[in-house]
Ligand binder design. Structure first.
Ligand code: URA
Length: 233
């Protein structure tokens, strides 16, 4: 098995992160520092950062409705609560698929399946993530079209997005927006690019996987149908 896949199956990191760990010289096979693209065979001992890792046997998949005020990394220098604090009963070493900002709520997939996480996050896979944003001011159809066609953020155009205005007033607008990339603070930056500040942001679906009626702060196991659907994407 490819080294990055082996590491991903162990639940330590996604495949991409695994490659970074290898490049940093933090991975050893049988005591020798590994290089990218190596294979792991039966009986090989793999260490990441001094710890021996083994592929996890049981892959688990949860969906969580992340509330505002939680971070999606496993630990935080500022001691802020993390999404793992909401799931103390889960024994496996799970992590979120992609990120949601501290101030964003909504659908987060939590798993120890590094392969699925990699696939869902990779921009080339064009998995659409849908958000409902409340933004300041009246968002015009012209601005919605600009968002849909692509706007420049961080010096680069965004990929085509699906945009639907749900309601409008002079003081604020509710907008549904689906994006296939996952750039840092992308939705917030896109609205800023057309002159609107995001007041509230919630992710309601990843492809056709929907948050549904799951309450904020609650999580549930994903059904086999949902898991199979994501794997087929
Ligand atoms: N876009 C953002 O700006 N924030 C998120 O949390 C997710 C997408």
């Amino acid at each position: 098995m490819r080294l990055n896949k082996y590491i991903a199956h162990s639940g330590v990191a996604s495949r991409r992160k695994a490659d970074e760990l290898v490049e940093k010289g933090l991975v050893k096979i049988n005591g020798v520092t590994a290089s990218t693209g190596m294979d792991v065979g039966p009986g090989d001992v793999v260490e990441v950062d001094g710890k021996i890792i083994e592929p996890e046997k049981k892959l688990v998949y949860y969906m969580l409705n992340k509330p505002v005020g939680y971070i999606t990394t496993a630990s935080d220098e500022q001691g802020r609560p993390t999404v793992l604090d909401l799931m103390p009963e889960v024994e496996e070493r799970i992590y979120p698929v992609g990120r949601l900002d501290y101030m964003t709520s909504g659908l987060l997939i939590m798993t120890n399946d590094g392969d699925l996480a990699y696939k869902l996050m990779h921009p080339s896979k064009k998995v659409f993530k849908t958000y409902v944003a409340e933004v300041g001011g009246l968002l015009t159809i012209h601005e919605a079209r600009r968002l849909s066609a692509g706007v420049k953020i961080q010096g680069r155009m965004t990929a085509p997005a699906k945009v639907e205005i749900l309601s409008q007033s002079d003081s604020s607008s509710r907008v549904m927006i689906s994006i296939s990339e996952g750039r840092n603070r992308q939705v917030r930056r896109m609205f800023e690019a057309v002159g609107h500040r995001v007041i509230r942001l919630e992710r309601i679906s990843i492809a056709n996987l929907k948050l549904g009626h799951l309450k904020e702060g609650r999580y549930r196991k994903m059904s086999q149908n949902e898991i199979d659907y994501l794997k087929r994407l």
